[in-house]
Ligand binder design. Structure first.
Ligand SMILES: [Zn+2]
Length: 229
């Protein structure tokens, strides 16, 4: 196992600190990734896409108030630690928490999240499916629509990567998007955070097509009372 993973849950981030980290690591371009969830294979697909585009990936989970039933900070951290140590090129990742509360404000919060990461030194930011959404309150790509409107007005100072999906395709046998799979949607299954939460609540390992077993096991090892808020 590689040991060069540093996973930090800070009290507060400062732009000067993160910019120094990025500079020290030699990142000229850095993609910010907002999350409040444990890493599953759809997140992994988005993050690997960012790693293809940028020098570095800044995984920046929310550390602060979240709604009842969301994953604890500890569960998020344990999953990412495993991912970074055992699968990712650790030298190209910076993982550090962002102390703020989730507001579940959908599109407007997506832009807010992007501006925070711009101020922290990111050059790119991922806005995926139902960013900062809750239940079915917002349409899945409402944040993309707002992002396009704002970008049409002028430069936000950060490149927004508006990414669709991804989902699992049983024909392809892997995680794909509309752009990479030509199969009918009967072969597709959403990688649902809700389903993954239900599995953990029963004490089960989620489908390995949705979440890496190593990560599921690390999270389950926390004990059920420490997985959810
Ligand atoms: Zn397919």
């Amino acid at each position: 196992m590689r040991k060069n993973c540093q996973v930090i849950l800070t009290i507060s981030l400062s732009p000067s600190n993160t910019k120094t980290v990025f500079s020290t690591k030699g990142f000229h371009t850095v993609c910010g990734f907002q999350t409040r969830n444990v890493i599953h294979r759809a997140h992994e697909y988005l993050q690997r896409t960012a790693l293809e585009i940028c020098d570095g990936l800044f995984i920046n989970p929310i550390i602060g108030w979240k709604k009842i039933g969301d994953f604890t900070e500890n569960a998020v951290m344990v999953g990412y630690k495993k991912m970074i140590e055992e699968f990712y090129p650790a030298q190209r990742i910076h993982f550090e928490g962002l102390r703020t509360q989730m507001r579940y404000a959908g599109p407007r919060e997506a832009i807010f999240h992007a501006i925070i990461r711009r101020n922290l030194g990111c050059t790119h930011f991922i806005i995926g499916r139902d960013h900062a959404g809750v239940g079915n309150f917002y349409s899945l790509y409402a944040a993309h629509e707002l992002a396009r409107k704002i970008e049409a007005r002028g430069n936000l100072g950060i490149k927004l990567l508006l990414l669709h999906g991804p989902y699992y395709c049983y024909k392809c046998g892997q995680v794909v998007t509309d752009k990479t799979c030509g199969h009918d949607e009967i072969y597709h299954v959403a990688i649902s955070g809700t389903k993954i939460r239900e599995c953990f609540k029963r004490g089960d390992i989620p489908d390995e097509n949705f979440m890496r077993p190593e990560i599921s096991q690390a999270i389950l090892a926390l004990g059920s009372e420490r997985i959810f808020i």
